[in-house]
Ligand binder design. Structure first.
Ligand code: BGC
Length: 298
């Protein structure tokens, strides 16, 4: 009597299920006990780093200050007029067990910027991370833009970023070098923004400020990088966010189908501020849900 030959095309139920073939390009294979899962990546670690975040009483700046603190940083919370909101951010940071202070300063004023750096170093000991986030926008047709609005927007968004970056770089060099300068720019450092020419001009300027200063600061171990958000739900968009028709139109413009959250920007900034961002400089990371590259079928 002859036994039936096993059918090679059918799985043999008496044998353990075959493992999927290993990917030989990976140093690990979750299905192979000899090559188990990769070691867990250490989390973003900012323990005992000192950060200064401008415009940190609300919006993206607030989210960044809190995110840096969650990863261990002590933070100077700069604000302009919103004293109570800044104090709330400081209280939240202290509740995380970090040191914090609120400092009211107009970043376009050199004397106030100098006082802010002095207070940060006196209170928190040093400076490792600057986040240039303070920003304003003013809407007007190009032919109607006033000189006062031009000066206000360029003063805060570009001159303020320059003054703070210069102050931070000087301090970081005097500490022996090393540090991170992160500018919250915008998709409008590249995309035109009809009705907001001063804003677009300030962000375009921030683009080349970053590129150029980064090259000069690289020998000191200081990186400088722009983060370019798209449409994020913050007070700068208050009018749009309050208008359901405008928000729907905006959502439709964004390939991922929604406005972004300040925390999504803050997580990128924390990564860049940490040792993980050590080789990133003189460039821009856009974080916009695809907005800059949205295209419709023609
Ligand atoms: C501006 C927002 C705008 C977004 C996308 C940001 O830089 O502050 O007002 O919605 O860019 O256009």
């Amino acid at each position: 009597m002859s036994l039936p030959l096993p059918d090679a095309s059918q799985p043999d139920a008496s044998q353990p299920a075959a493992r999927p073939p290993a990917d030989p390009t990976l140093p690990w294979d979750p299905a192979d006990p000899d090559r188990p899962a990769p070691p867990e990546q250490p989390p973003v670690d900012l323990a005992d780093r000192v950060a200064l975040v401008t415009g940190a009483s609300s919006g993206i700046g607030r989210a960044i200050a809190l995110e840096l603190a969650r990863h261990g940083a002590h933070v100077c919370v700069n604000y302009h007029a919103e004293t109570d909101e800044a104090d709330d951010v400081v209280a939240e940071i202290r509740a995380l067990g970090r040191k914090a202070l609120a400092f009211g300063a107009d970043v376009s004023r050199p004397d106030q910027v100098a006082a802010m750096f002095a207070a940060t170093v006196t209170t928190l000991g040093r400076l490792d991370i600057l986040v240039n986030n303070a920003g304003v926008e003013k809407r007007a047709a190009f032919t109607e833009i006033s000189e006062a609005d031009w000066d206000l927007v360029l003063g805060i968004n570009l001159k303020g970023a320059f003054l703070c970056a210069q102050g931070a770089a000087r301090r970081m060099i005097s500490q022996g070098g090393g540090g991170r300068i992160i500018n919250v720019s915008s998709v409008h450092e590249e995309l035109p923004f009809p009705g907001l020419a001063p804003y677009a001009a300030s962000k375009g300027g921030l683009r080349m400020l970053c590129r150029t200063a980064a090259l000069e600061l690289a020998p000191h171990g200081i990186t400088m990088v722009n983060v370019g958000p798209g449409a994020i739900a913050t007070p700068i968009n208050r009018q749009t966010l309050a208008d359901p028709a405008r928000i729907e139109a905006l959502d439709r413009q964004v390939p991922v189908g929604r406005v972004g959250d300040p925390d999504e920007v803050a997580r990128l900034v924390a990564w860049l501020a940490s040792d993980k961002g050590s080789y990133v400089t003189a460039t821009t990371f856009f974080i916009d849900g695809g907005l800059m590259h949205q295209a419709t079928n023609l």
